[in-house]
Design a protein around this ligand. Structure first.
Ligand SMILES: Cc1cc2nc3c(=O)[nH]c(=O)nc-3n(C[C@H](O)[C@H](O)[C@H](O)COP(=O)(O)OP(=O)(O)OC[C@H]3O[C@@H](n4cnc5c(N)ncnc54)[C@H](O)[C@@H]3O)c2cc1C
Length: 413
C-alpha cells in the first residue's frame, strides 16, 4: 500500500488550502473528498460571488469569533487577508473590496475561486481522491490508517481533518469529522446553528411573510440584558425573522436559547427619531389629518402591510379617527414604534444555518500548529473547529488560515 506523508480529509476551503501548503513543502499529499468535485460549498458562498475575506484588521477578526477569537490569532497572523488576496492574485485572480470591507473576486464568480484552487492543487502535485468518504481513522504506532465507506484503507504519516460543520449538508458537510474525532477521544462542543433565521412564538407572524424592513434597529434581550443590537434590514418569514441583520446577530441569541426558552426581540421602527421627535411628528399629523382613520394615517408612517398588525398589537380599532386618539394611546403608539416586540423561541435547524457553532473543542487543539493535543500527528482546519463569526468573509478566512497553518505544520512536523 502506498503511504502518504499527509492526508487531508475534505476539499472545502480549509482542506484545499491545507493540501496546497503541505504540497508546497514537497510532501506526498492526498486530498480526499466525498463529492465528485472540490469546493461545493465555496460555490454557494456570497450568493455565488464568494466573499473570500475582509479587509478588517487582526483584532477585529478576533473579536468577530467571540470566545474562540484568541485561538485563531496565530493562524491569522501567519496567513491573513492580504496573504490570501496575494495568493489568489499570484494565480491570476484579482479581488475587490465592497461595503463593510468585504472582499470578492473581481470576476464576481465563486467558480473562479474554485477553478484556481484546482489549478494550485495540480500545480503542487496533490493527488485528489473524489467520491471517497472517510468513516474512521485508526492510529497504529506512529501512522494513521484511514478507512473509507467502502472498506478501502489509506495509510499516512499525518492527517488533517477538514470536513466542515453540519450545515448545508447537500454540500457534503454532514458532521463526519465530529464523529471521527470523538471516536479518537476528542471532545465535541455542542453544535449550534450560526447565521440562522430565527423562529418566533407569535403565530400571526405569517401575515407579514415577505415584508422587508430597511433601516430598523433590532435589539435581542434576555430579561433586561441586551444580548445584541444593530441597525440594518430585517425580513419577516412565515416562521419568524431573517435577513442579514438577524443572521449576523443570531449566534448570540442561540447561545442564550441553549439554556433559556425565550429571548425578546424589540424592533425600533424609527431608529433615526427620538421619542420626543416622534411625538411632535405624530401631533402634527393628528392636527392636520384629524378626521382620517388611523388605519390610513399610519400608512404615512409604516409600511402598509405592517399597519393592521401594529394597531392590533395596541388594541386600537383601525376605524378610530386621528383626533379621537388619547394622550395615553399616543404614548403607546410611540413606545410601539420604538420597540415593536416579538418573542424568539428558536431557529431553523442546523442544516439551514450558514455556519455551525460548536465543534472540536479548541482546548484540545494547539493554536500554534492546529495539531490535536489528544492524538499527535492529527490536525484540524476550518469549520470543524469550534467557533464561528458573523458574515463578512470572516469564516472563509478562518478556513483558509487554519488550513494553511495545519498544512504547514503537518508537512514540517
Ligand atoms: C449559503 C452559504 C453562504 C456562505 N457565504 C460565505 C461567504 O460569502 N463568506 C464567508 O466567509 N463564509 C461564507 N459561508 C461560510 C463558509 O462557507 C464556511 O465557513 C466555509 O466554507 C467552511 O469551510 P471548510 O473547508 O471548513 O468546510 P466545507 O466547505 O464544508 O468543506 C468540507 C468538505 O469536506 C467534505 N467531507 C465531509 N465529510 C467528509 C468525509 N467523511 N470524507 C471525505 N470528505 C468529507 C465535504 O464534502 C466538503 O467538501 C457561507 C456558508 C453558506 C452555507
Amino acid at each position: 500500500m502506498k503511504a502518504w506523508d499527509v492526508a487531508v480529509i475534505g476539499a472545502g476551503a480549509a482542506g484545499t488550502m491545507a493540501a496546497i501548503r503541505a504540497g508546497q513543502h514537497k510532501k506526498k499529499v492526498i486530498l480526499i473528498e466525498r463529492n465528485d468535485s472540490i469546493g461545493k460549498k465555496i460555490l454557494i458562498t456570497g450568493k455565488g460571488r464568494c466573499n473570500l475575506t475582509n479587509i478588517a484588521d487582526l483584532d477585529t477578526f478576533i473579536e468577530k469569533f467571540g470566545k474562540q477569537g484568541e485561538f485563531l490569532r496565530t493562524a491569522f497572523h501567519i496567513f491573513f487577508n492580504e496573504d490570501l488576496r496575494g495568493f489568489f492574485a499570484s494565480l491570476g485572480l484579482e479581488t475587490k473590496v465592497e461595503r463593510q470591507g468585504r472582499v470578492f473576486p473581481k470576476t464576481d464568480k465563486a467558480t473562479s475561486v474554485v477553478e484556481l484552487l484546482k489549478k494550485a492543487l495540480s500545480g503542487n502535485g496533490i493527488e485528489i481522491l473524489h467520491n471517497t468518504r472517510i468513516v474512521e481513522i485508526a492510529k497504529r504506532d506512529s501512522r494513521f490508517k484511514l478507512v473509507t465507506e467502502d472498506g478501502r484503507e489509506i495509510e499516512t504519516e499525518k492527517v488533517i481533518i477538514a470536513t466542515g460543520g453540519a450545515s448545508y449538508k447537500a454540500t457534503g458537510s454532514t458532521g463526519d469529522g465530529f464523529k471521527i474525532a470523538e471516536e479518537l477521544g476528542h471532545k465535541i462542543m455542542p453544535l449550534i446553528p450560526g447565521l440562522v433565521p430565527l423562529t418566533v412564538k407569535e403565530s400571526w407572524i405569517k401575515e407579514l411573510q415577505g415584508l422587508a424592513l430597511e433601516n430598523v434597529k433590532v435589539t435581542f434581550q434576555y430579561g433586561k440584558r441586551c444580548l445584541s443590537s444593530d441597525v440594518g434590514e430585517l425580513m419577516f418569514t412565515h416562521f419568524g425573522v431573517s435577513g442579514p441583520l438577524v443572521l449576523d446577530l443570531s449566534s448570540r441569541v442561540m447561545e442564550i436559547l441553549k439554556e433559556h426558552k425565550e429571548v425578546s426581540l424589540l424592533i425600533d421602527l424609527k431608529p433615526g427619531l427620538r421619542e420626543e421627535q416622534l411625538e411632535s411628528k405624530l401631533l402634527h399629523k393628528f392636527k392636520i389629518k384629524g378626521s382620517i382613520i388611523m388605519k390610513n394615517l399610519m400608512k404615512d408612517i409604516l409600511p402598509q402591510r405592517l399597519v393592521d398588525r401594529f394597531l392590533k398589537s395596541l388594541h386600537l380599532r383601525d376605524d378610530l379617527k386621528a383626533n379621537q386618539i388619547t394622550q395615553v394611546q399616543r404614548r403607546a403608539i410611540i413606545s410601539m414604534l420604538k420597540a415593536f416586540p416579538l418573542t424568539i423561541a428558536g431557529s431553523l435547524p442546523i442544516e439551514e444555518a450558514m455556519v455551525t457553532g460548536g465543534g472540536i473543542s479548541t482546548k484540545e487543539i494547539n493554536p500554534r500548529t492546529m495539531e490535536s493535543r489528544v492524538i499527535p500527528g492529527l490536525y484540524f482546519a476550518g469549520e470543524v473547529i469550534e467557533g464561528a463569526a458573523a458574515s463578512g468573509g470572516y469564516n472563509l478566512q478562518q478556513a483558509f488560515s487554519t488550513g494553511y497553518l495545519a498544512g504547514e505544520k503537518a508537512a514540517n512536523a
